[in-house]
Ligand binder design. Structure first.
Ligand SMILES: Nc1ncnc2c1ncn2[C@@H]1O[C@H](COP(=O)(O)OP(=O)(O)OP(=O)(O)O)[C@@H](O)[C@H]1O
Ligand SMILES: [Mg+2]
Length: 165
């Protein structure tokens, strides 16, 4: 783990490590937090989102990829959560029609392919970029970046929790 101002990088050696990281972050979220998940196809954005969502759901349920529905919503112990995949979005108006921009203000939002938001990308979000590692099929690197100071405490807390066991 490398910790700098407003940026941290972490190795997730296998799926279990990704689940632990997602669960730790899930439990630190507040009701209007936004997490933006970027990275190439198949790097683990949905896998991470599923683990995060399942760790805070009120009732256990399936968490399918929102690739085709664009948005899936959930009732969590921390409030309503929107899981969105913007890969197929061609026009920014389509995102506004989904209601996602409004949802940033009232729900937890977990967004895959957030580059599609362009100028509508929320500044206060925590950004997590997933990267494959060559020759390691089950390992990923994640780079966490933020500008809102609220994330410094959260990231420090989850990173110290993960490294201690
Ligand atoms: N350490 C790991 N963390 C996350 N996923 C992993 C890891 N190791 C292997 N995987 C596998 O990588 C795949 C990631 O697929 P996933 O659908 O999450 O990708 P994605 O980034 O959401 O892709 P897309 O851009 O198509 O939505 C899953 O099959 C998952 O089991
Ligand atoms: Mg996905």
């Amino acid at each position: 783990m490398k910790l700098q101002n407003n940026q941290t990088e972490k190795r997730l050696g296998n799926e279990k490590a990704t689940c632990r990281f997602a669960t730790a972050l899930g439990h630190c979220l507040r009701s209007t937090d936004t997490i933006l998940l970027s990275g190439e196809l198949g790097t683990g954005k949905t896998f991470f989102a599923r683990a995060l969502i399942q760790s805070i759901l009120v009732q256990p349920e399936e968490v399918p990829s929102p690739t085709f529905t664009l948005v899936q919503t959930y009732k969590t112990k921390l409030g309503d959560l929107w899981h969105s995949d913007l890969y197929r979005i061609a026009q920014i108006e389509e995102i506004e029609e989904l209601g996602l921009i409004d949802a940033f203000a009232h729900s937890i939002c977990v967004v895959e392919w957030p580059d599609r938001l362009g100028p509508l990308m929320p500044e206060e979000a925590l950004k997590i970029e997933f990267k494959m590692l060559t020759n390691k099929a089950l390992a990923r690197n994640v780079i966490l970046t933020w500008t809102d100071a609220k994330w410094t405490q959260t990231v420090t807390k989850i990173m110290s929790g993960l490294s201690s066991g």
